[in-house]
Ligand binder design. Structure first.
Ligand code: NAP
Length: 451
């Protein structure tokens, strides 16, 4: 890191966007760059580890490619370092030429309807964190003691939640779900999961392979009301529909035509229904939805006709959003950091020196993992294009290690992560489950990292 020619870059966040940024930096400027990837957690890979559903092992396999980036000689992983707590923007600018924020969109969006705060009404992100064994979650967070659940939203996260609720514990045994969570899933009373979409099947954000998985569940029937997917395949509505939407419609129509096969659970799709209220006293007992239509301008309208869906748990799965970062501007509307081609700019359009963004905090919570590759590469092109400017004034005043030393962070480097990785493989072995069973909680990580 010491050559005066070397451009030192800190990347905040080791999810796909952060690691693809490190990758692009080493590829686009092989000789003169040194990258530190910092993460609040002691473990890398962000949503690949704590977002992708445990049974989606093929998608999780992307971690193998991300791993090679962290093993690049010019890249270091520094876990356990939190931006805003251990290090601030000024600290980082004092130790690096540039900082790329790839902190994602860690929080949920609200439905804004009465009863949303009743016990039993939760953000899908909470449930995702739970079954993924995020160190900030607790086993007791979910009991799964209701027979009926509702998942509001028609995106891939809604499908993940529905599928995780629908699968039997036996089907999940070979996954990396922490053992205490698997025990809760094994005792789950859930029988019916209503997936509630405020618009129609052609508007759903499901990607086709993820939707298809629901129809292939061994433990649950996929149920669709023919009236809610009644679209003429040769009609006008189909003309503007994207290919994925047409494929989704084909699956849904197939399921609408077949009769339920008496599997233990049921995933029931409810289209053209928007949430208006959650009902209950001590905890949520039902979800009132209103039938919707689109007006002539394509705007969603309520019809006034309501229906009460029994639901002891309501998961709002209506998208993720970014959170403001200390010392950086924030666009409340888009829940993103404003930028111009990846360069952070303030409300007046002025650049925030040395600061860049990549991934969901840059463009919002859209796209699949691979989308972050081109997104990160575009930010890196801007950053490297600014290299002369970033080197002006003699460069950083202190070495990154000196900053980390005085930050008070309990840094878990790549070796520490490999120790956690090995402990998770050993735990899977001991329990007679798949390749990995996740450790749970900060203390378990600490113990494993120290060997
Ligand atoms: P999403 O794809 O943006 O879907 C959000 C859904 O919530 C939409 O159906 C939206 O309906 C609905 N919605 C928004 N506000 C609502 C409200 N107030 N009331 C009722 N419904 C509302 O979000 P996501 O499912 O969280 O996924 C985030 C990103 O991660 C997506 O890009 C997704 O593809 C990706 N992801 C991918 C995978 C995978 O590839 N396997 C897995 C998980 C996530 P409208 O369309 O009407 O607004």
């Amino acid at each position: 890191m010491s050559s005066p020619e070397t451009l030192r870059v800190a990347v905040i966040g080791s999810g796909p966007a952060g690691i693809y940024t490190a990758d692009a930096l080493t590829r686009q400027n092989r000789e003169h760059v040194a990258v530190d990837v910092l993460d609040r957690l002691p473990t890398p890979y962000g949503l690949v580890r704590y977002g992708v559903a445990p049974d989606h092992t093929k998608i999780k396999g992307v971690a193998r490619a991300l791993r090679t980036v962290l093993e690049h000689p010019r890249v270091r992983f520094l876990g356990g370092v939190e931006y805003g707590r251990h290090v601030g923007l000024e600290d980082l600018r004092g130790a690096y030429h540039a900082v790329v924020f790839a902190t994602g969109a860690p929080t949920d969006r609200r439905m804004g309807v009465p009863g949303e705060d009743l016990p039993g009404s939760v953000a899908a992100t909470d449930f995702v964190n739970w079954y993924c064994g995020h160190p900030d979650t607790e086993v007791e967070r979910f009991l799964l003691d209701a027979e009926e659940a509702a998942v509001v939203g028609a995106g891939n996260v809604a499908l993940d939640v529905a599928r995780m609720l629908a699968k039997s514990a036996d089907e999940l045994r070979a996954t990396d779900v922490p053992q205490p969570m698997l025990d809760v899933l094994a005792a789950s009373k859930v029988r019916r999961i209503n997936v509630v979409a405020r618009r129609g099947p052609l508007h759903a954000k499901f990607t086709a392979p993820e939707l298809r998985d629901i129809g292939e569940l061994a433990n649950a029937d996929a149920v669709v009301d023919p009236a809610e997917v009644a679209i003429d395949p040769n009609g006008e509505e189909m003309l503007g529909a994207a290919r994925a939407a047409r494929t989704n419609l084909r699956y849904l129509k197939e399921w609408a035509e077949r009769s339920a096969e008496g599997r233990p659970r049921e995933v029931r799709f409810r289209f053209w229904r928007r949430p208006v209220r959650l009902n209950g006293a001590e905890r949520v007992q039902s979800l009132t939805v209103e039938r919707t239509v689109l007006d002539a301008d394509g705007r969603l309208q309520g019809t006034g006709e309501t229906e009460e869906l029994p639901a002891g748990m309501v998961f709002r799965s209506i998208g993720y959003q970014g959170l403001p970062l200390p010392d950086l501007p924030f666009d409340e509307g888009g829940a993103t950091v404003p930028h111009h081609e990846g360069r952070v700019v303030d409300a007046a359009g002025e650049r925030v020196a040395g600061a860049y963004v990549a991934g969901w905090i840059k463009r919002g919570a859209t796209g699949v993992i691979g989308t972050n590759k081109s997104d990160a590469a575009a930010t890196v092109r801007s950053l490297l294009g600014d290299a002369d400017l970033l080197r002006e004034g003699g460069g950083p005043r202190e070495h990154p290690d000196a900053l980390l030393e005085r930050s008070g962070a309990e840094v878990n480097g790549y070796e520490g992560w490999l120790a956690i990785d090995a402990a998770e493989a050993a735990l899977a072995d001991r329990l007679g489950r798949g390749d990995r069973v996740k450790l749970l909680g900060w203390d378990e990580f600490r113990r494993a990292a120290r060997g």
